[in-house]
Design a protein around this ligand. Sequence first.
Ligand code: GCV
Length: 698
Amino acid sequence: MKVNLLALLLLLFSFAQAEDGYRLWLRYDQLKNASLRTGYGARLTTISLPGNSPTLQVARKELQMALSGLLGKTVRIPETRNPLATLQIEISSGRVSAKELASLGEEGFLIRSTGGRSPLLITANSEVGLLYGVFHFIRLLQTEQSIDRLNIIEVPQLPLRMLNHWDNLDRTVERGYAGFSIWNWHTLPTYMDQRYIDYARANASIGINAVSITNVNANATILTQPYLQKVKALADLFRSYGIKVYLTARFSAPVEIGGLKTADPLDPAVQQWWKNKAREIYALIPDFGGFLVKANSEGQPGPQDYKRTHADGANMLADAVASFKGNVIWRAFVYSAEVPDDRHKQAYSEFLPLDGKFRSNVLVQVKNGAIDFMPREPFHPLFGALPKTPVMMEFQITQEYLGQGTHLVYLAPLFKECLESDTYQKGKGTTVASTLNGMAGVSNIGTDINWTGHLFGQANWYALGRLAWNHELSSEDIAKEWIRMSFSTDPSLVSDLTQMMLASREILVNYMNPIGLHHIMATGHHYGPGPWVSNLNRPEWNPTYYHRADSIGIGFNRTATGSDALSQYHPDAAKKWSDPATCPDIDLLWFHYLPWNYTMKSGRTLWNELCYRYNLGVDSVSWMQTVWNRQQSKLDAQRFEQVKMLLNIQHQEAKWWRDACLLYFQSFSRLPIPAPYEQPAKSLDYYKSLQFPYAPGH
Ligand code: GCV
């Protein structure tokens, strides 16, 4: 009877612990390895924290939750300082040299243990530094590392590590594939959803220290008093986690909500309006981060509406927030229908002359590539080209162009490829990363129970934070950390899932945009292939603008004989791209228009290489399915099934991409799809006829 009761309790417990993904990587289930548990338990009997401020309360709660979960024992962390504690968490500890402390800066931390019976130490110069140290320490336990003989010094490489939400006030999310916006504006500020706390915990655990919570296609209503009260409630909560709130500023707000006749940045009344608005915001949120602005881009209002420059617009806002130590993050994602130049070149042409003209509290935020978050893009030529301007990286975590909510694609390799690219701007080795002052990721978070829709989307949120903290971490190490924390530390599981994740981005490139093809997604929602689309008003909204296929060949000539976008790069960076013979295959059709029978490095013709790549992509998704399925016994049923079903969708959609694109390009090449490959299942007309009026995120 007793045994049955126990079994029942265990069963109930396992239901209560359903693996729905909500806990992200902060799962604190009991460690399976009993000796590790005992070892950690013996090392961590008493913990001392230097006070009870809101941030230290967060640290205390997290430690209690983590230790009781991982070790299965309750660890009390009394408020009073305890010199006998086995884990001593101290601000600017006297046990560490002044020089070492100075090296930690505002947000860094040190974790030190000498082994044996001597206490472990986490120290920092600030409470948020301690919090980061605590999360790092918990990560060591979660990933089953030794905590003896630790000597860790971690200092973030970038001061601004940010998430950008493209969340609308009606709770839809532009390019969101994980449900609605987590910001429930209707019930804020009185109702504080537990999600806000868990969101802040997750961000703090990976070092994110700023969030812009509204869409860059901005709504001025967010700047009105009732909404600012709601923003204040979030900012008050996030403060303890070291997170500052930013808002997107609609440039025409002085007209729309201020009753002015103009939003001209040189008009004194407009300048005053923004100054008053800033004062109003800072009265509510003293540590408000500042404004993120999309101006004169894709129909958004901006200074050019008044014949002013981006610098005029940014500086006006910068002056309004300067005395409060606020920032203005001004996006460089601009291209204009009126400018006939290659879209690739427009942001550079627009911003280069403005270098040195921005106030010191303006940061220019540049997308990783010059087009738009493609599966693969060469780095944006603006990186390293604005020596007098602080520049932020903008990556897209949400997978607008990378399979949206249904494809397993681990983005760290994409982020790293860009960060490690050599701009040569200050000589060899001037990597993109070395030119940055901050990094932002467009969020993939929504109300789905697991936050990101696809469970593996969590890894991309995680990777963005980890790389913003330390861009030298390898994609592999980040994947391994995430897998160990999110699933288990089982070596074969970790090895299989790591391989799958590391390969996943290249696999998608193969079945979607091989050999440098880009922007051939269906237009509007960007879901699925649409290389045939050519009827949109603006030329650069049409996929045909990007692939330029005809009966002779395919690709965009961006060399001196074409749009000459290559000339915007430092000559040493451009060199390898300028000649098809030296241009890496991965970028070939990005920079060159080549005949269908062009001989590739593989010896195949260009047409056959396209067929090969598309098929390789599809076959590789089958391989991912095999890898996932063979780990079934090591995975919980709920998450196993979810990812399995999504991999099925991914496989079908990879075939759809392959068949639709090859049939379409074949209508120009007039060449057969070589026999060993599967022939398309349907006609080109069928693929062209597919409509998705309610595709998400649009
Ligand atoms: C927020 C792309 C997306 C748009 C997005 C824009 C931007 O064009 O499709 O949804 O708008 O980028 O980054 O501003």
